[in-house]
Structures are given as C-alpha cells and as structure tokens.
Design a protein. Sequence first.
Lengths: 207, 175
Amino acid sequence: MASSSVFLLMVSGQIETAEFPEYDNIYCRYCFTHGPDWLITSGLEEGITQITKKSRDERQMFVWNFPLDVTFKSTNCYGWPQIVVHAYGLDSFGTDVVRGYGVTHVPITPGRHTIRVPMFVPESSSLLQKVTSWFLGRRPEYVDPRVVAQGEGREVTRVKSQGFLTISFNVLMKDMKKLGYDIQPSDVLNPIMPENVGMATTGMSEA
Amino acid sequence: MAEVHVIGQIVGASGFPDHSLFCKWGINTGGAWKILAGLREGQTQVDNPQNHEAAFFGHPIDIHFATKGIQGWPRIHFQVWHQDQFGRNELYGYGFCHIPTSPGTHEIDCPTWRPTGSFMETVSQHFLGGGPQLKNPDLIYSGADRYRLHTIAMGKVHLRLGVILRNFDKFGIEC
C-alpha cells in the first residue's frame, strides 16, 4: 500500500564553478536537506570537494566539476529537497575560514537546469564580537549550516553577500503524474493524462 | 480537494537606492484556500552586500495549499525595508505578485513602490529619513482604495517559484 503512493526524484548534476573575487584556495561542502516525508534511497547526502585555486586569467574562476548524484523518494511534495552549499577558504595563517553559505531548491521540473546561487556569510551581531573576531581571525559561522534552508528565525541574522556558485542539475521524476501531480503545463489539445490519473487519491477504485 | 505546492526562493532585491535590505513577506488567499503545511509569512535576513548592485536573501518558501475553488488564487506580498549602519529601519517599497497558475518553474521580478508625501515631507525625508507608510497594509494587494494615493517607483524583488498542482485535471481545470 505504501509503495503505491511513493514517487521518486532522481537528481544528478555537478557543482561547477564559483566566483569569489577577493579570495583564493577555496573548497566547498554540500548537504541535502529535505522534509520529514522524504528519504534518500541512493547516493550521498553530504560531500566535500577538492581545494581549488582560481584561474590565472581574467575570469578569476574556481572550478570544481564535482559530481552530485542522489535519488529521493517521498509521498508528499512538501519539504522538497534543497541543497545547502558552504564554501571555505584558507586564510594567510592556513586556518579554515567560511567564505559563503548558499541554498537552492532542487528544480521541480524534469530536465537540465543551471542555477547561480548567491553566497553570503553571517555578520557579527555586536561591535565587541566584530573586534574579537578580527583579533582571533575567526569569522562568525553557523553551528548547523542547514539553518540557511529554513525560513524561520532569519530576521535576527545580518549577512554580507559575496560571490556566487554555479550548480547544474539534471532532474527526473517517477510516478508524479500517477499520483495526480502536474509539474509541467499541458495544453488543451494534448493533455498529459494517463488512464490511471487520480486513482491513488480517490480510494474508491482500488483498495 | 485540489492541491497546490509552491516551492521556491525569494532570491533577492535590486534597483533600490541603497542595498542593505531585508524583506517582510506574506501570502494572502481567498476563503476557499487552506494552508496544510508551511509558513504563511516571514522575514528575510538583512543582507549588506560587499560589492554587488543587489541584495541577496536566498529565503526558502515551501507551502502546501489545499483548495475547494480557484477563486482567490494565492498572492505573495512584500515590504522591502532598508537597515542603516545604526540598525534603524526605513520603508523602501511595497509590492505583490500572484503565484503563477501554470505548473513549472518561474523567475519573477516583482516591481515595488512606496508612498510619497507632500513636497515638504519629501524634503524632510531627504535630510532626516523616515517617510510615509501605509496605515493599512491590505492596500498592498487590493485595488479598491488606491485612488488619491501618490507613489513613486522603487526597485524589484526577484523570486524563483516552482508550482506543482495536484488533481486539478480531475476537477476539469485545464492547467
């Protein structure tokens, strides 16, 4: 019974490039977050890229070319997966400093999508913390990077946006239409309608 | 009942006189609509961009609606505020847009406006800050009592919204 109301979302793609004009030697971590009804059936939920220098030309671009490949299953579109990326760089003392957090939803339509994610770092909340963080060389960070994927409690944070990260996605779904979901517009002449549309939700025809 | 999922992001805002911005948003629907899960309103973080012409929020939106009718299709409204270096907030713009009715991903630029006062008020706002605000924020998304209101153009709010519809074709709605 459970299997009849499940749909699959397959996501592949890559963390392609980044632009951080002021920094060098950057690596990136990613993790997927999703709602309570979602499960990862295959692939890695978290990962970490190599450390890259920016190109020594006018593009000043960081290239990771880092693969993403994960499959989700769910019964409910609410809590659609998001990818949280956080980039770190080595400062002149060789310590890890956060260079940006970013978040975007996995695209909801099948096909290839390239998304340019703006990256931001949190700011110190008081002048005293600003001064001590400058002396200690430690920037403010989020304890759990997944907070950037939540809509609640953001009004208390002040951030500074710096740089972008480019992610490409290839998305495929299974059984969305069977469960009555429309993810692409249909036109009146060519409606997308397999015979068993809505069967899973009427509950009368089966069971 | 038919269902609508709105999944996306308030990406950012651009075209405002200064870029240290945050945004309050909310969703307004007709009476037939019910929110099953997700936040109906919120406030983004304050972004003070380093070297860009735009502020970025990356504020996630994920709402699950159920509806008995298509009248009163949901719309999202914004108040863009500017925060200065002392933490004082000043209104920069109001705006709203409808949630798209077709399923798929949509990039939306929502234009905003702000009320202007008389000439003397404009002069004092230039030197002191502040400025007129709407007493009744319902005016942001209603067209009923807008006449006699003097406004001026402000920047745009950028959204990336994905819309998923469920069981609309079962009720004969062509989407």
